[in-house]
Each structure stands twice: as C-alpha cells, then as structure tokens.
Ligand binder design. Structure first.
Ligand SMILES: *Cc1c(COP(=O)(O)O)cnc(C)c1O
Length: 403
C-alpha cells in the first residue's frame, strides 16, 4: 500500500476531524473526493462572468452526449432534480403555471410511486415530489407490486410517475423499470427515475425513462450538483423552473462547469484501473481480518448492481467481546477517525466501502480495525448498549446542533 499522500490540512486548521471515509458517498461526510478536472474547472470559472444560460446550453450538450438523451440540465442536487422534473411534468413550458407552483390548481398533479421506493436519503424522496406541489400516490405493497396496481394509480390527473433506484428500496417484488415505463406510456404519463447513485448513465433512458436524475457529487466526483437527462421538452420545462420554484435551488457557474468537467473525466476515466485499486483495498482487508476471532468477512456486490464490491464485516460479540455497533463507534471516535457503512449494523455487521479512499488509507483502516478488535478481546467486554439506544443517542446529538 502507498504512503498517505500529503494533504492540505484544511480540516485540521478549522478544527474538523481528519476522518477516513469507508462509508460511501454520503452528504453527511462531504459526498466524494472531487476529481482534479472538476476542481480545476470550478477554480477557473469562479472569477469570470458568464452568460449563464449559454453555460447551461453547453452543459445540456455534454449531458446529452454522455447519456444518449435529447437534452440535459444541471440542478443544485439530485433531490432538486426530482422536485424540478416533477414541476416540469406539471407545468410544461407554461410560465404562468411555473409561477403558480407550488399551488397545483388546474394542473395534473398526481405522482404514483411504488411503496417500496418511498425511501429517504437524509430527507424523504416523497417530500422532494411534494415540494413541487404534487400529490404523492403510493401504490402496491412494500414487497409485492403488480401491473394492475400501477394501471389503477394512473388517471387523468397524473403528472408523472416516479421510479427510485437505491440500495434503500425494497430489493424484490417491485416492477422492473421497462415494465413500469411501458404501462405509464400506455397513458402518456412520463416516467422520472431517481438514479442518484447509479454509475449507468444510459440504461435507464434506454429502458424507457423520460427523465433521469443523478447526483454529480457521488460516484462521478463532481461538485455538489444534480444532473437531469431526458426528453427535450421535459428538460426545457425543468430549466424553465428557474423562473419559479427552481430559483431557491439554483446552481452556480462553478457547479455547472465542474459537473461538465466531472462528466467528461468520467468518460475518460480508467474504470478498470479504479476497480483494481478498489479490489486491492478489499483484498488487503480480507487478508488482515480473515483470521481474527469472532470476525467474519465476505465480499458483497453492490445491491443496485453498480460495478463495485464492499467488504461485509460481521462481528460475533461472544467471541470478539464487542458488538458491531460498538466497534463502529470506536472506529469513529479514535485516531484517525474511521467512518464505516453502518446502516444495517443492528444485524451485527457493517460494510467497508473502498470507493472514497486516498492513497495509503486502506492500510490505516486495517490497522485501526485490528487494533480495536485486539483491545476489545483483552478489555472489559461489551458495554451491551442495544443498537436501538445507540441510534437514539446519535439522533439526539444531531438535534442539539449547533451545540
Ligand atoms: C443521494 C440520493 C439522493 C439525493 O441526492 P442529492 O444529489 O444529494 O440531492 C436522492 N435519491 C437517492 C436514491 C439518493 O441515493
């Protein structure tokens, strides 16, 4: 493994902890390592004036080229993309309607979504839909959805249908996108896909989506922004929301150009080389943890089929003398702090995500985990705090912000 690369020290200077992220592209952790091309582009454009709608035209062409869509638009975030594309489906290019939102009187306003897709990413996806003034129409059961349920949810007041791609969605019993889109298109209802974290820039449109929303700051390593790609009339109507509810979600020149730079860097990226680096981290971890008492490790493919694996680390507290969530807490509170992917930790495991590591950090993560497990085995034993109590404790810490 490489030595830790020299870094700016910006976090230490302002009193922030120098965390190592093996959790994933999380807003709460600063999303991703922005690629050098996007850093250079944002820096270059910041001191310059631009005709912003020409910059948006430039972005539309770049997005269209990379996604195969007719047009594209850069938004403040994927979540803003969801709100603005729903608004677009409600208003079309009618400026009076655009100014009228979020009051939907006289417009198609219903947005069906499968119950198993009603997830959160720090905020509820259904709220991003309602923000446009739309009415969310959940259908199906969480784990079982049938075509007739979608057909019944579509009516003359339906503006669009929402389809979410996320590891948080129920992973079985859902309608596949192609079938979902075909049923919606029988009634001329456009399909909006929230594909915030997906690497695949073309597949959802190819499967029938009319609009797809991505995050620029996740896998792509762009600045904080969202990308909307799809049918030109709908993308135009999304852009026109800048004169309405989109104003409070505006994106600046630096994020527009930075997003284009990240998209173009994504196109040129040595994806196989990145995968090899991630695999080297996973192999290193597996070798270091494989024989530790009370620990079981396994590679786990990404649940939404992005081309990446994570290491699943399960902890048997009777042998390891620590629960998985205590281990996660000790890793996060030690030096350097290591933040693991712990959203399923109540089951006794967490994941290590290799996608956001700086050179040398994989070995530091391994050292920290081995050291904490060694200390736990020779220590006083688990504090026996239930996972639910830990969850509550962490949440109340959030509510006391800014203290
Ligand atoms: C992260 C995420 C979002 C939010 O993306 P932002 O660009 O941060 O707004 C929306 N939907 C899904 C499925 C996500 O994973």
């Amino acid at each position: 493994m490489n030595e830790i690369a020299p870094r700016s020290g910006i976090r230490e200077r302002i009193g922030l902890r120098p965390i190592i992220n093996v959790s994933g592209t999380m807003t709460a952790l600063g999303a991703s390592i922005v690629v050098p091309e996007a850093v250079a582009a944002t820096t270059a454009i910041l001191p310059e004036f631009v005709e912003i709608n020409d910059l948006h035209r430039h972005a539309s062409r770049a997005i269209a080229r990379l996604t195969g869509a007719e047009a594209g638009f850069v938004t403040a975030s994927c979540s803003a993309g969801v709100s603005l594309t729903v608004a677009a489906a409600m208003t079309g290019a009618d400026l009076a309607r655009i100014e009228q939102l979020p009051n939907p009187a006289g417009m198609r306003h219903r947005v069906p979504i499968m119950l198993g897709h009603m997830v959160g990413y720090g905020a509820p996806v259904e709220q991003a839909i309602r923000l446009a003034g739309a009415t969310v129409v959940p259908f199906g059961q969480a784990t079982d959805v049938r075509p007739y349920q979608l057909r019944a949810a579509l009516d003359d007041a339906t503006a669009a249908a929402m389809f979410v791609v996320s590891h948080h969605c129920v992973g079985y019993g859902q309608l596949p996108l192609a079938e979902f889109a075909a049923i919606c298109h029988e009634r001329n209802v456009p399909v909006i896909v929230d594909a915030a974290s997906e690497y695949d820039l073309r597949g959802f449109l190819a499967a029938g989506a009319d609009l797809v929303c991505y995050s620029a700051h996740k896998f792509m390593g762009g600045p904080t922004a969202g990308i909307v790609a799809g049918r030109k009339d709908l993308v135009r109507a999304t852009f026109l929301q800048n004169m309405g509810i989109g104003r409070g979600m505006k994106v600046g020149k630096e994020s527009i150009l930075g997003t284009i730079a990240a998209l173009e860097a994504w196109e040129r990226r040595d994806h196989a080389g990145v995968r090899r680096t991630e695999q080297a981290a996973l192999d290193h971890w597996r070798a270091r943890f494989g024989a530790l008492p009370g620990v079981h490790v396994a590679l786990e493919p990404d649940p939404t089929h992005n081309p990446l694996d994570r290491l699943k680390l399960s902890v048997d507290p009777s042998t390891a003398r620590i629960t998985a969530w205590e281990l996660a807490d000790r890793l996060a509170s030690g030096a350097p702090p290591v933040i693991v992917r712990d959203h399923e930790v109540e089951h006794g495991y967490f994941f290590l995500d290799p996608c956001n590591l700086h050179p040398g950090e994989a070995a530091v993560v391994a050292d920290r985990i081995v050291a904490e497990l060694d200390a736990a085995r020779s220590g006083p034993g688990s504090n026996r705090e239930p996972a639910s109590a830990r969850r509550e404790r962490r949440f109340s810490r959030l509510l006391s912000w800014p203290d």
